[in-house]
Design a protein. Structure first.
Length: 332
């Protein structure tokens, strides 16, 4: 099978598309023919081992996992003898950060992993782009215990996570402020944002609005900067650990402080939740139209290095999809 591999850490150019042996599904595994996948910030970070200490988990000298890719959509071609939830021909999508392997024509994953059937009528591209951003956005919203009617600011609203967060928050009934470039204001309003702040001309922490929750989807702010715009009892949640990994200890410390200190404002760290139920929930949102992943660019597998370069410009809006073959990708 064809696969994009990187046997060393480095820039996009370390990735090569080569022929590798096809995986064989174990007894509890599903073998998926991948039709569409994505390149996202997680793939870039693992490929480059940035920050450096990631090597403690990914391999000190060279990557343990040479085929990256965290999102996939395609169809089941074979199942192990103990698999009961899926069968050959099923259209499926899923999320496999940690195990990886989606940048290949074939992928074997456990039937109990973050995999689900694609709802009828949902395009493979949207299914492939629907898991990573929504997975992290869902975790952040749930951990912050956002309630209908609460005011939530999303920093980095045009990324894969941010654009998913805006939609999920709007679906929940929150009042959403999106921080992004002004050129994307129309897109953000279409996704459900009530207010859009131009990140290039305004400092959102200096404006008069106050929020129940600040969700930083790009890790560019800090609790210290955002605390003045949080209402009493407000929560700061970021999908990144923050400078010096400060969000991890602060998430344990700030809830313990007396209410009179910082007005009960606190940091919440959204340790992500995995499992088939998560992807099934995302599938329901895709099917209902409550969540439509934003797709910026499409590339073929052979052009995946160009896709990595584009993602690393920081200019992408939503998701970058990789097609593993040129055939039609919609449900017959």
């Amino acid at each position: 099978m064809r696969a994009a591999i990187n046997t060393e850490y480095g820039p996009p150019e370390v990735v090569r598309v080569v022929d590798v042996p096809s995986p064989e599904p174990a007894g509890d595994e599903v073998l998926v023919r991948v039709r569409a996948t994505t390149v996202n910030r997680a793939d870039c970070a693992y490929r480059a081992a940035r920050p450096w200490f990631m090597r403690a988990f990914t391999g000190l000298r060279r990557p343990r996992r040479t085929i990256l890719g965290t999102e996939y959509a395609g169809e089941v071609v074979a199942v192990g003898g103990r698999v009961t939830a899926f069968g050959p021909g099923d259209r499926v999508f899923g999320y496999c950060e940690g195990r990886f392997g989606a940048h290949a024509e074939l992928l074997a994953v456990s039937e109990t992993s973050s995999i689900a059937k694609i709802p009828q009528g949902v395009d493979l591209d949207l299914a492939a782009a629907g898991t990573e951003g929504a997975h992290y956005a869902r975790s952040a919203i749930r951990r912050a215990r956002v309630q209908p009617g609460e005011r939530v600011l999303v920093n980095g609203a045009t990324g894969g996570i941010g654009s998913a967060a805006v939609q999920l928050l709007a679906h929940l009934g929150a009042c959403v402020t999106a921080v992004c470039a002004s050129g994307h204001a129309g897109l953000m309003r279409g996704l459900g944002a009530d207010l859009v702040i131009d990140r290039f001309t305004e400092d959102f922490t200096a404006r008069p609005e106050r929020y129940d929750v600040v969700l930083d989807a790009v890790g560019k702010s800090t609790f210290g900067r955002c605390r003045p715009i949080l209402l009493p009892g407000g929560r700061y949640v970021s999908t990144e650990p923050g400078p010096g990994w400060q969000n991890l200890p602060l998430s344990g410390l700030t809830p313990l402080l007396p209410g009179r200190l910082w007005g009960g404002r606190r940091v919440v760290f959204p340790f992500p939740e995995d499992g088939r139920h998560v992807v099934e929930e995302i599938g329901g949102l895709l099917a209902s139209g409550a969540f439509v992943p934003v797709v910026d660019q499409h590339y073929g597998l052979e052009a995946i290095v160009e896709a990595y370069r584009y993602v690393e410009t920081g200019e992408k809006v939503g998701n970058v999809v990789i097609h593993l073959e040129p055939a039609s990708n919609t449900e017959p």
